[in-house]
Write a protein that binds this ligand. Structure first.
Ligand code: ADQ
Length: 644
């Protein structure tokens, strides 16, 4: 057992000061009260020392208690009692401070103010500290800025930083992709930890290694293996998805389970009492491995896992015969078992047997999160459940939706390094400069009064590209300009090129993935179109609102949750809302919403300014979301972990 290390000191505070009542000199009695009901004990106050032990967070025991008693002797504080986890290990201490002046917590409201009393700054923004902290391990196929093909990368690149700023110990585990381009340099700050781990899967032994960079308070851990070194993006190349993705992400999951046990980051491992944040199917084997490979042998019995569903359409489904490759015990097949309905089978002899990794994660994770409240309901319906609606409905009691936040440092119109000019809700004058610069960059006529509509995103069925294609000829009859940035479906990429050739003065299609251009489109356009078929949260509409660009969106999932439909007659004719939400998902309703938006832009300038400003003033910070995440972390540790 290693030596006890005090990692933080969290004083409880409120306004009134009273002396220590004698009864609290009885350590044993107070120890039984624990920490939670403190505000009910008028006269009691505490200093809470969070303890962690070298070599793992689960130990402590006698060493820890005596260390505190020694400290008490020196400073004459009073030891109220040790806080223990379910296994009896000491994880913290409640102390009466030695100075004799006690701060009283009178009510739960005081406790919430306590959450805000300690704070740190991230790039000039003050972030409050959490009152209870965890060792959090994000597992994800992408994490910006290292790797990003969409919103998953954004979330796993920014939420960990805010959680770390709030006092949690946070590690992000993702692959170390090397595709032979300049993008490889993004990993140049990560050093080889010289720790090799053998993974048993796919009928053999695979060796993975770990690279590490400590940045913005987060341990960024990159799993290295030759299968992550190839041209293309994290999932595929110009020929389509890689055929060995099941193998590549199985490696990621095994390695991620080992990382908290074997990597002494900053001198200490994260240990067994870690909280795994399992992002989408690529990380979906993690809760299964915890339950099937580790917990039966006494390892990770205090760990918890939370599955975060960013997109239910991708589930990691492969033929049932591949189960033996995953490194799981044979008797766990049922957790992943998936049988396709008869109509979806390839031929008469096909039994439709498959393994579904996301299904296994839904069954075995301790809690489930989606990235908006609306989507957390939609996935329990036949229309939005992609075959998993019944299973998800059965887990409704542990299912929560939390809307994503925005990285307010990267997406800030008053400091954006990618845009031609800067502006804010108080001074919008720079926005038109951004618009003119974008029109110039795209070779479109420089026309500040012509509505400029934008689209940024993956060219995918999900994003409703077919609707844009259908509506384009009619839209181009109007006096508007349209710019699309996206990559994905090659047929759609060709359509963008052809449409640009047809409407030279009105349409621009930028095929590719280009972050600076996405910023310039967000800043330079007047309207952002998102006709998504379904949208778990959607980030571009949040970025758009922050940049005073008015979203026109299909009323679904996170889009419906975050965009408030404009009502010009609300508030005594002053108007209300931040954009337009249209439904049903038809060309007609999309074009009608766009028409209304363009007309408001041209003819009702004060209304337009109101729309812009209300959007810019919305709170979509990650800090608000992180506080809700912490609530779910707490719930995850209240219930026992999943066991078969
Ligand atoms: N060609 C291009 N060039 C530059 N940047 C581009 C780009 N194409 C897309 N992007 C960027 O990628 C991100 C896309 O985020 P979204 O949330 O809109 O969608 P995505 O469907 O990938 O994510 C899934 O996960 C996220 C996160 O939870 C959910 O919000 C979402 O609903 C769900 O579908 C944005 O930052 C966008 O600017």
């Amino acid at each position: 057992m290693g030596s006890l290390k005090f990692t933080s000191l969290i004083p409880c505070k409120s306004s009134s000061l009273i002396p220590i009542p004698n009864k609290y000199a009885n350590h044993e009695a107070i120890g039984q009260l624990g920490f939670a009901p403190l505000w009910k004990r008028r006269g009691a106050a505490c200093l809470r020392l969070r303890a962690s032990v070298a070599g793992g967070s689960g130990g402590g025991g006698q060493d820890g208690a005596s260390a505190v008693e020694d400290q008490q002797k020196d400073k004459k504080g009073v030891f109220l009692g040790a806080e223990r986890d379910g296994s009896g290990s000491v994880i913290g201490f409640n102390l009466i401070p030695p100075n004799g002046e006690l701060n009283v917590i009178d009510s739960p409201e005081d406790v919430s103010s306590l959450r805000r009393e300690e704070s740190v700054e991230i790039d000039g923004k003050e972030i409050s500290k959490a009152s209870v902290t965890y060792n959090v391990v994000f597992v994800s196929a992408e994490a910006a800025p290292y790797s990003k093909t969409g919103g998953l990368g954004d979330v796993c690149g920014s939420l960990p930083i805010v959680l770390a700023a709030r006092g949690h110990r946070v590690m992000v585990v993702s692959p170390r992709y090397q595709n032979g381009t300049a993008a490889d340099r993004k990993y140049s700050g990560a050093v080889d930890l010289e720790t090799r781990v053998k993974v048993y899967c796919f009928g053999g032994e695979q060796e993975v290694s770990f690279y590490h960079e400590y940045r913005a308070g987060v341990d960024w851990v990159f799993v290295d293996h030759p299968s992550y070194h190839r041209p293309g993006n994290p999932y595929g190349d110009s020929l389509g998805a890689f055929g060995d993705n099941q193998f590549r992400f199985t490696l990621l999951c095994h390695a991620a389970c080992e990382a908290p046990l074997v990597l002494p980051l900053g001198g200490f491992t994260y240990g067994e009492k870690s909280l795994f944040m399992v992002n989408d199917w690529h990380a979906g084997l993690v809760p299964l491995l915890l339950a099937a490979k580790y917990r039966p042998y006494g390892v990770y019995k205090d760990a918890r896992s939370i599955l975060v569903i960013h997109n239910l359409a991708h589930q990691g489904v492969e033929p049932g015969v591949t189960y033996k490759n995953l490194g799981l015990p044979a008797e766990w097949y049922g957790a992943l078992e998936w049988v396709f309905p008869t109509w979806a089978r390839a031929h008469a002899l096909d039994k439709g047997e498959a393994v579904n990794i996301l299904k296994g994660a839904i069954v075995t994770s301790d809690r489930i999160l989606t990235v908006s409240e609306g989507y957390s309901w939609e996935i329990t319906t036949v229309e939005g459940g992609y075959g998993l609606n019944e299973l998800l409905s059965s887990r409704k009691s542990v299912l929560t939706g939390i809307t994503n936040g925005v990285d307010v440092v990267e997406w800030n119109p008053s400091t954006d390094v990618h845009t031609a000019s800067h502006y804010s809700a108080d001074d919008l004058s720079g926005k038109v400069q951004c618009k003119l610069a974008l029109q110039k960059e795209l070779g479109l006529p420089l026309r500040p009064d012509c509505p400029l509509i934008g689209f940024v995103g993956r060219l995918d069925y999900q994003k409703g590209i077919d609707l844009i294609q259908l509506g384009m000829p009619q839209l181009m009859e109007d006096d508007v300009q349209f710019v699309m940035l996206g990559s994905g479906d090659p047929v759609c990429e060709d359509w963008m090129r052809a449409t640009e050739a047809t409407y030279k003065d009105k349409f621009r299609g930028w095929v590719g993935f280009n972050v600076p251009v996405s910023h310039r489109i967000t800043a330079g356009c007047d309207i952002l179109l998102m006709p998504s078929r379904f949208e778990p949260c959607g980030l571009n509409q949040l970025y758009a609102m922050r940049y005073g660009t008015v979203p026109v969106v299909h009323s679904t999932g996170g889009l419906r949750d975050t965009v408030v439909n404009f009502n010009p007659y609300a508030q005594g004719g002053k108007g209300d809302g931040t954009g337009w939400t249209f439904s049903p998902l038809t060309k007609e309703s999309m074009l009608a919403a766009l028409k209304l938006a363009c007309r408001t832009f041209r003819e009702y300038k004060p209304s337009w300014q109101g729309l812009m400003k209300r959007g810019m003033e919305r709170d979509f910070t990650w800090e608000s979301a992180a506080i809700k995440y912490e609530q779910v972390f707490g719930w995850a540790f209240i219930d026992p972990p999943y066991v078969k």
